[in-house]
Design a protein around this ligand. Structure first.
Ligand code: NAP
Length: 295
């Protein structure tokens, strides 16, 4: 599978597997997590997306159990994690209000906890999960720079940031922010025309697309699903692969972060990378997503 270079120190796979839903899986177990990781690795999907908040602050420890039980696995993968959301649950149960915290003390404590939960001594990529209206760019930026310099993270990026949020944080950092992870799919395509994608593309900054199948909602939109099926039949593929290929076809270097818990679906994720989508087919799907032809 193709690799995407984010910096001199970080390369990720063209498709990423996300663990937001890991602990929702009714058949969840360490063995099941290892089976999912094996299915990813067999296809060259080496990058795993996590966040400290997933599974109400338990998913990283669950992933860590799989890493501890599979010697050598850590060296074969890249781990993306995120922090700054404080949700009154689990280890943050004593808080009253859900909020964001981009202070030095909070970020450092989260990274240390993630490293313990994962059982690793570095995170490949740390993202600030959500833009914090109280972010002090000097404090947050110097904290991320220091974590990189200390080798606790190989690089830093952001998630759900608008272009001006990125500019603000980047202005106070010596290291480059290497990605923005945003919601992007045939159901959530507004960032393609509202400046978010253009801004990242202009800075040659690969984009990570979360919920690239809109959590399965794509297939509930009748006309969009029909268009996906039509294209899939024509290309000899399957509808979910076509929806992912629609993102891969964009010149901005969009890296879909997939979240299925279904092992059979995981085994077929690479099908998207085998599709070459021409411009007219791209617009055929965009038209179905818009519900009208372009102006
Ligand atoms: N940065 C952020 O703020 C943020 C926010 C949300 C998510 N994320 C990341 O993005 C990852 C992916 O999010 P997501 O899980 O919403 O992504 P997704 O791949 O768009 O959705 C997966 C969901 O769709 C369902 N689904 C229904 N039909 C499907 C089909 N034909 N093929 C595949 N899945 C189908 C899956 O069910 P089954 O399990 O039954 O297949 C699963 O519940 C997360 O794990 C997380 O790492 C990041």
């Amino acid at each position: 599978m193709e690799r995407v270079k984010l910096s001199d120190d970080i390369e990720i796979s063209r498709l990423v597997y996300g663990m937001w839903r890991l602990t929702d899986d009714p058949s969840h177990s360490t063995e099941a997590t290892i089976a999912k990781l094996d299915a990813c690795l067999e296809q060259g999907i080496t990058t795993i997306d996590q966040a400290n908040i997933y599974g109400a602050y338990t998913a990283e420890a669950e992933f860590g159990k799989a890493l501890r039980e599979s010697p050598g696995l850590r060296q074969q993968i890249e781990i993306v994690s995120k922090c700054d959301i404080v949700w009154p649950a689990g280890r943050f149960a004593d808080h009253r209000v859900k909020h964001y915290d981009t202070s030095r003390a909070h970020i450092v404590a989260c990274v240390e906890q993630s490293l313990r939960d994962l059982g690793t001594d570095y995170i490949d990529l740390l993202l600030i999960h959500r833009p914090d209206p109280l972010m002090d760019q000097e404090e947050t930026g110097s904290t991320l720079d220091a974590l990189i310099d200390q080798g606790k993270i190989k690089g830093a990026g952001v998630s759900n940031f608008r272009p001006w949020d990125i500019e603000l944080l980047q202005s106070a950092m010596s290291h480059r922010l290497v990605t923005n992870q945003i919601e992007l799919s045939l159901a959530n395509h507004h960032p393609l025309v509202e400046g978010d994608v253009a801004h990242l593309q202009r800075h040659r900054c690969p984009i990570m697309a979360w919920s690239p199948l809109a959590g399965g909602e794509l297939f509930e939109n009748h006309s969009l699903n029909a268009a996906l099926e039509t294209v899939a039949t024509r290309l000899g593929s399957i509808a979910d692969a076509v929806a992912i290929a629609w993102l891969l076809a964009h010149p901005a270097k969009i890296v879909p972060v997939l979240g299925t818990n279904n092992i059979e679906r995981i085994r077929k994720l690479h099908a998207a990378t085998q599709i070459s989508m021409d411009r007219e087919t791209w617009f055929e799907l965009y038209t179905a997503a818009l519900g009208r032809e372009v102006a």
